[in-house]
Design a protein around this ligand. Structure first.
Ligand SMILES: NC(=O)c1ccc[n+]([C@@H]2O[C@H](COP(=O)([O-])OP(=O)(O)OC[C@H]3O[C@@H](n4cnc5c(N)ncnc54)[C@H](O)[C@@H]3O)[C@@H](O)[C@H]2O)c1
Length: 440
């Protein structure tokens, strides 16, 4: 069978490093035949890697998507505020679309895109990659089989590592809600989607609390300059020091490779998060230059960030099941942790490094450790699983697990949670859903 042909809008972190590699590893399955990317170096690098002809390289998604269709599917991996335009243009041009999450920065745009896909009779699959991991597939199956009895209460935590918080939500692209999304959507539309999937019943009402507690100017150490590279007196103790994170790779023990030419030997930045966002030159000099000039060298207490660094959402689902989602950016390590308590058993889960899933039986006390499929890299294998699925959906051999209509519910919960947090109210989801449908 000929490979499915795709076009890409946005050859940044996700396009280049999350979905591009799947095509390179599975050339018989899928191949990219066109790319739109304004950054000339990224565009050239993606085109070279994928053997894309020069006439199919564009500086803007508008140029690509206003031309006659070049492949069956369009992969849209532009930034959050640049999803609606290219996704709509691709649907109109006749592409089936794989769109990065969150769907769009407003609920009206989210609903509008879902409806547009339905109107045009096209696939719009959202990159809710967790649904495609072995871990969450196994957890979902356990719940569907009724192994826990009747579900009573769920606790789900999204523990964002402190360096990741500083990178993405203080210094980086998702630091300001107005330029991207509130953090409960930017980070947790995945988690809300997993909860909606697993509970398989509607959320009735929710409340939410949270704030930006730490990364504020009043917490700057005395004498801290605007950049960590400018001789900060607190550099040796600060957990968020840019030089410690990006030059020494301090909180990242997996950076085992050291540059032997450097004295003392320095970690080599691999082509992976967070270094891929910092610079395309991973050498020590390249990273230092990026810290001096770019956003990632800034003192975390002197950025223009406004998104929260912790938030809880309390939810009541149909049948009286209570659910608490906790998200915070002060974790020692990046991972999600969860427990589902039912009338017959409790499930404990941990997703991240050393993923584990176990079922604890109330009657016998027996503990079953659930075997997990090889975790894989890139969201525990979710990035590759999603691309595999998109190809199968385009071939007509499976339905999209994260179709936009399905994904919309998590976004409704996310926008409702942010409204609840800001207004200090309990939000009724029926009313909120009715407003969402009336928005477009
Ligand atoms: N599914 C996940 O788990 C996951 C993880 C991280 C990020 N994301 C989402 O993926 C999206 C992309 O994130 P990223 O980290 O790759 O961002 P990025 O900034 O690294 O990449 C976006 C790319 O789009 C390009 N671009 C800008 N304007 C364009 C235009 N007019 N035409 C074509 N390309 C254009 C930029 O130059 C950039 O290279 C975001 O919406 C983000 O929230 C999803």
């Amino acid at each position: 069978m000929a490979p499915v042909e795709l076009v890409l809008a946005g050859a940044g972190g996700r396009g280049m490093y999350a979905y591009g590699p799947y095509a390179l590893a599975h050339p018989d399955d899928v191949r990219f035949v066109a790319v739109a990317e304004p950054d000339a170096a990224r565009r050239a690098a993606f085109a070279e890697l994928h053997g894309i002809a020069a006439e199919h390289c564009y500086a803007d998604w508008r140029e690509l998507l206003s031309r006659p269709q070049l492949g069956a599917g369009a992969v849209i991996t532009t930034q959050d505020h640049e999803h609606t335009g290219p996704a709509l243009a691709a649907l109109v041009a006749g592409y089936d679309v794989l769109l990065e999450k969150p769907i769009a920065p407003t609920l009206a745009e989210c609903v509008g895109l879902v409806r547009a896909a339905e109107r045009h009779g096209r696939v719009l699959q959202i990159c809710h990659v967790l649904r495609y991991t072995g871990f969450f597939t196994a957890l979902h199956a356990i719940l569907q089989q009724g192994r826990l009895g009747d579900l009573v209460t769920v606790e789900h935590r999204e523990n964002v590592a402190a360096y990741h918080m500083a990178h993405s939500y203080v210094r980086g692209n998702w630091r300001r809600a107005a330029d991207s999304n509130p953090m409960i959507l930017a980070k947790c539309c995945h988690d809300l989607d997993i909860l909606v999937w697993n509970l398989a019943r509607p959320c009735l009402r929710l409340s939410s609390f949270g704030s930006l507690l730490h990364f504020r100017p009043e917490h700057a150490p005395p004498g801290a300059p605007a950049r960590c590279t400018d001789g900060c007196p607190a550099e040796a103790q600060c957990p968020f020091s840019a030089t410690a994170i990006y030059l020494d790779g301090l909180p990242m023990p997996w950076l085992a490779d050291r540059d032997p030419q450097a004295q003392p030997p320095l970690p080599v930045a691999p082509p992976q998060f967070p270094f891929t966002a910092l610079t395309r030159d991973p050498s020590y000099a390249g990273r230092l230059a990026a810290l001096r000039d770019g956003p990632y060298g800034r003192c975390v207490y002197r950025c223009d960030n406004d998104v929260v660094d912790h938030q809880v959402v309390s939810m009541e689902f149909a049948g009286g099941v209570s659910v608490v989602l906790t998200m915070h950016g002060h974790s020692d390590e990046e991972h999600r942790s969860m427990r589902y308590d039912g009338t017959r058993a409790t499930l404990h889960g941990r997703f991240g490094a050393h993923s584990a899933l176990s079922i604890h039986d109330h009657r016998t006390g027996a503990v079953e450790h659930v075997p997990l499929d090889g975790a894989g890299t890139g969201h525990g294998g979710g990035d590759a699983g999603l691309m595999r699925s998109f190809v199968r959906v385009l071939r007509g051999s499976e339905d999209a697990r994260s179709a936009a209509r399905t994904a919309l519910e998590s976004h409704i919960l996310g926008f409702a949670a942010e409204h609840a947090r800001l207004s200090g109210t309990v939000v009724s989801l029926d009313a909120f859903r009715a407003v969402a449908e009336a928005l477009v």
